[in-house]
Design a protein around this ligand. Sequence first.
Ligand code: PGA
Length: 233
Amino acid sequence: MKPLIVANWKMNPVTIKEAEELFNSVKHGVKDIESAETVICPPFIYLPLLKGLTLGAQDSYWEEKGAYTGEVSIAMLKEMGCKYVIIGHSERRKYFNETDEIVNRKVKTALDAGLIPIVCIGETEEEREMDKTEGVLEEEIKQGLDKVDVSKIVIAYEPIWAIGTGNPCDVEEAQRMKEIIQKMVLKNIRLLYGGSVKANNAEGYLKQAGFNGLLVGGASLDAKEFVEILNNS
Ligand code: PGA
């Protein structure tokens, strides 16, 4: 199976001009790449502009429609051509109080609608220092994936201390965490690494640590760097 390289643009870019520049260079750079499956997760409003690429959403709501001001449903994302949806990103958990119970509802809704959830799990620096990493992951898995067919989902291991910090997890340590997660969930679960991935470290997570793909934040906003990550995958 080809590695799955997911670009999480988060709340970027801001202007239409910047957005168009990024779309064009990404579209151009991605079109000839056969070695990886590339998924672009832009802010919702840009989804229709990126038709032709494999798309994912950064979040979704579990109700199909109705009086839920500000929310976007899985049915809408499906209509926009999304194949994947990121669920439970640490920024959703931290800034929007998403719990494992919410994650669980969203994962089930996505699967019922035929979208592939990319479920993010990971520990904070403090939890790691207090030797709580495995307990935290176990809890996120137990509750977030309760009664979920795990063979149909993707998990992204994203140590929170490595996200956006320029301080990626060592490849050996990431590999150790990968094996722990596989034991907790399923040996052949599709597992991504995320957290300060750049062109110069991408290969280590895939080829050395054996992850099935990458979730890339900051570096995916630089089309040249992102295409280099794809070329190194
Ligand atoms: P980063 O973000 O690559 O900027 O560390 C990863 C993520 O949040 O998914």
